[in-house]
Every structure is written in structure tokens, then in C-alpha cells.
Design a protein around this ligand. Structure first.
Ligand SMILES: [Zn+2]
Length: 392
């Protein structure tokens, strides 16, 4: 896999320098707009003349445009902005409960969306995805590409969904089928990887500047996305980040997707939390109902969430010892319960990190809310779009 540091110019290899420099400049405009050529030059350590050449080219391609900045006495400075409105992307979030399809611009503003319950039959679900996507393509012009995230293992090269545990779907050639049906570029990835990418591209500024972080996506299952040096760490065949199946104890309240009662997912997923609540109250409720009850001081709901927070802290402590990230982000509906669980999670993390002597990684709740996975799907298009700005 091609790895590029988008923050510094000096690592660029001679054969790809132009390609990389263009991405560096484009990325700075995206992150810091409005920004002047001089500021880009200063921050990237690229020469003024190189920046100007690249800027001219990006302007010609319609990717950026110029505005006049505020004068501080002399001639007003010329600032650069990303031409977000001209480009649209379609994001498809295939969730275990529902599938969301949306159209958004380059900065993640959703202009149109559709949802339906995900059908356990892969053909039925796919037919509905295709019909929504085709409808959106007719309505909205300038669709640049489609990003899809799925709750399972994806081959990042081919975009084939290798295995979706919740539905037991195997070897679904999602990217090639969607490409055939729409004639657009399609990128597919695992939902936790996509969500991590969304934090990098569309998350709050303090995350966008972090180069190494782990995103823990809590859902019916539990997945992690690893951002290493500003890019998703895929591992061989995209299988990295399967920490949901690391062994964390015995006698979990549920079995993981593969049937084990010892995996992190079996202790810390939404399913585990709901099962704990049921053990205490005898009642079966949704995860969001459980969070609402906990906020309304329901004791059983609070206890169920706190136990999950404990296991999240334990698992995150293990990840921190192995990968030493700058930050850990907790995503999924559980992020809504952050005020209830952050104390327990952080104290467990602190108690279990002590022996490693490592500094404690700060843990944040995702700021992308209920749309984290959808933003992830959209980010897949943004990331591939920016990466495809290849030399003319
Ligand atoms: Zn497992």
C-alpha cells in the first residue's frame, strides 16, 4: 500500500514528489481554508514557487478558488478555498439494523438522504441500495463517487465484502456490482475503518491534527479502526483492527459473532450491555432506550452501562499498551452515554495502564454523533478522490 505523509514534504520520494506535493497542498487548503500561498509554503516547508505552480494547477482543475482576504493596511491578501459545492459524493452505510444512503458535499454536509431497514437477504438489501443510488444520481449532478461501509471484513483492493458476521454474508463483490450499476468509482471498507477516516477528514480540529489514533466503534459487535501516520492501517487483506475478538475474560453475557464468550465484543458491545440489563430487569429493550433509562436514573440501566464502561476501559488499556496512540475515540450510539460512562472508563484505563509506565492516552467520544458511519462512507470517497489527483 502506498503510504504518504500529508503533513511534511521531506519524506517524498523523488519519483512521486509532484503527486505527493499536490496532495499536501490540497490537504492544507481543505484543512486550513481560507489560507494563503505563503502560509502553505511556511507550514509544508515547500518552496514558494512550488506552491504557486501547484495552486495554479489545482485552480485550473476547479478544485480550489481564490478569495480576497482582509487588508491589514496594504494590498489585501489572496486566500485559497476548496471548491466544495461543485462536488458531491454518495455515502452508503450498511448497518446491522438499517441502511442509510446520503448525498453530501466535500465537507460532509448532507443534502439528501434515505433509510430503510437492512434486509437479512443480501440481494434484497443490495437492490434497494442500487435503486436509491440511481435515484440520487438522477437528481444530483456532479456525483464524484460512492463510498460504502459495512459491518465486517472487506478486501480493500477489490472492495469485496469478505464476511459480514451479523448476516453471515460471504464474498459479496459489492464494489464491482455497484460500479457496474452506476458507472461511478466505488470504495468499500469496514465500518470502523471508515469511521476512523471520518474523524480524520470531518472530525473536530483537535482530532484532524492527530496522526496516530484508534477509533473503537461499539455497535451490535465491536470494531476498531487504526489510524497510523494519518492513514488507515489495513494490515494484510484489510484484516487489521479485529480487536473486538481479543480475549479479555471468561463468561461474557453474550457470545461474540463467532460464538466465543471470551472476546472483548462479548463484554463491551451493545448486545452485551442489553443482555446485562435483561439479567437485572427481565426486560428486553433497545440500546438507545437503555441509554435514555440510564439518564433517567434507572439503576439497572446505569449498572449495565457502567459494567460495559469497565470492559471498554480494560480493552482500551490493552490497545494503548500495544499501539501507544495519541488519542482513542469511542464511537457509536454509546458516545451519547459519554457523561455516564467516561469516569468509569477512564479510571479503569488508568488502573490498567499503570504497569506499562506509558502516558495515559486521552479518550474522547466521537463528535460525529449518530452519523459517524455515514460520514465514514462519505470520507471513503473524499480520501480516494484526493488521492487520485494524480500527475497530469
Ligand atoms: Zn470473538
Amino acid at each position: 500500500m502506498r503510504r504518504i505523509n500529508l503533513k511534511k514534504a521531506n519524506v517524498a520520494r523523488a519519483d512521486t514528489i509532484r503527486y505527493i506535493n499536490r496532495q499536501i497542498v490540497l490537504n492544507y487548503v481543505r484543512e486550513k481554508e481560507p489560507i494563503s500561498r505563503a502560509e502553505i509554503s511556511q507550514e509544508t516547508e515547500l518552496q514558494r514557487s512550488t506552491v504557486s505552480l501547484i495552486v495554479d494547477e489545482l485552480k485550473q482543475r476547479g478544485l480550489i478558488y481564490e478569495i480576497e482576504g482582509e487588508s491589514t493596511g496594504g494590498r489585501p491578501p489572496t486566500l485559497l478555498r476548496l471548491r466544495a459545492a461543485g462536488w458531491m459524493a454518495i455515502g452508503v452505510d450498511v448497518g446491522t439494523a438499517q441502511t442509510t444512503i446520503a448525498v453530501a458535499d466535500l465537507v460532509g454536509r448532507v443534502v439528501d438522504r434515505e433509510k430503510f431497514p437492512t434486509d437479512t437477504d443480501v440481494r434484497t438489501t443490495f437492490r434497494r441500495v442500487i435503486s436509491s443510488v440511481q435515484r440520487f444520481i438522477k437528481i444530483h449532478r456532479n456525483i464524484e463517487g460512492i463510498g460504502v461501509c459495512v459491518p465486517g471484513l472487506v478486501d480493500p483492493e477489490t472492495g469485496t465484502a469478505l464476511f459480514i458476521p451479523h448476516f453471515k454474508w460471504r464474498n459479496w463483490p459489492l464494489a464491482s456490482e455497484l460500479r457496474k450499476a452506476t458507472d461511478l468509482p466505488v470504495t468499500v471498507d469496514n465500518d470502523a475503518n471508515a469511521a476512523a477516516l471520518a474523524e480524520l477528514w470531518l472530525g473536530r480540529p483537535e482530532i484532524r491534527d492527530v496522526r496516530d489514533f484508534i477509533l473503537v466503534l461499539v455497535e451490535e459487535g465491536l470494531g476498531t479502526g487504526i489510524i497510523f501516520d494519518g492513514q488507515v492501517y489495513q494490515g494484510v487483506a484489510g484484516a487489521a483492527g479485529e480487536f473486538g475478538h481479543m480475549t479479555i475474560g471468561k463468561g461474557a453475557p453474550v457470545a461474540c459473532a463467532a460464538g466465543s464468550e471470551e472476546c472483548w465484543e462479548a463484554f463491551a458491545s451493545e448486545r452485551a450491555t442489553r443482555a446485562r440489563y435483561k439479567q437485572r430487569s427481565g426486560e428486553e429493550i433497545t440500546f438507545l432506550q437503555l441509554i435514555d433509562k440510564a439518564f433517567a436514573h434507572d439503576q439497572a440501566a446505569k449498572e449495565a452501562l457502567l459494567e460495559t464502561a469497565y470492559y471498554l476501559g480494560l480493552g482500551i488499556a490493552n490497545l494503548t499498551k500495544g499501539l501507544s496512540p495519541e488519542v482513542v475515540i469511542l464511537a457509536g450510539d454509546i458516545a451519547r452515554a459519554w457523561p455516564l460512562i467516561s469516569g468509569e472508563l477512564r479510571s479503569t484505563l488508568a488502573a490498567n495502564t499503570i504497569c506499562s509506565g506509558l502516558p495515559l492516552a486521552p479518550v474522547f467520544a466521537s463528535t460525529l454523533g449518530e452519523d459517524t458511519r455515514l460520514m465514514g462512507a462519505l470520507s471513503l470517497v473524499l480520501a480516494s478522490k484526493f488521492a487520485s489527483v494524480v500527475p497530469a
